[in-house]
Ligand binder design. Sequence first.
Ligand SMILES: [Zn+2]
Ligand SMILES: [Zn+2]
Length: 149
Amino acid sequence: MSGDDVYTGGCLCGAVRFSVKGAPLRVGLCHCQDCRRVSGSAFNFFGVWSRSVYEGTGELGTFEGRSFCSVCGSRVASLRDDEAEIMVGALDLAPSDIIPGYELWIGRREPWLMNLPWAEQYHHDREPRTIDAPPIEPDIPAPAQQSET
Ligand SMILES: [Zn+2]
Ligand SMILES: [Zn+2]
């Protein structure tokens, strides 16, 4: 991934489309109760980019900072003044080439999910930092080839 590459994504119905440019500043998994509820799944997988590289079209609804497609309800992003937190599952690239560097609220992790051995582990939220470490690039074995669905 070079700095000029663009990730595109959108919601399930296609009304919302967005793009972010370059590699994410940081990438995490969050197992907290709020992330479970808002996703309806076991955890959130998100990447954070500078707000300045985010572009989007389509009408977003927003609840407590979390935005979703007003038509189909798909979660897409949380847009703040300085940062755009993107739901990695909303990207067009599946699987993505984005790898989590940390996990949050690990006490809420489903017991059948393994912790990521290279990822920083936090019992609660991550302490804010002014300077972020670059995303980690672990040597992950290639998954077995599967037919696409
Ligand atoms: Zn939609
Ligand atoms: Zn969370």
